[in-house]
Write a protein that binds this ligand. Sequence first.
Ligand SMILES: [Zn+2]
Length: 119
Amino acid sequence: MARHGNVETVKVVHGHLRDRIEAMTRRDDTTGCWCWTGNRDAKGYARLRVDRDRPSAAAHRVLYELEVGPIPAGLDLDHLCRNRACVNPAHMEPVTHAENIRRSWEHRAASHGISARQA
Ligand SMILES: [Zn+2]
């Protein structure tokens, strides 16, 4: 498999992918979110088909890896803005799955007017 064998090819593929992602996002000037206008999964997360041979991937993870770097193995990307359709890498933080769940519970509790301590 020499397809992605040289650096220039990888740059072109990534540049192309970056453009495609750009074309499918709408920037929200108020929140700073990059809202995904393409396909989304049942939970509302952005989905992106990286290439025809592979199943679609989580778009926010693809963009994070393009812009920031590899996500450490086993970590989730937590949406700090709580907007699942957002793919802005600046709004993402790699956290453990347990931490991600804990934060979303805190957020749910907060949005229902009860503190995490009471819950
Ligand atoms: Zn956001």
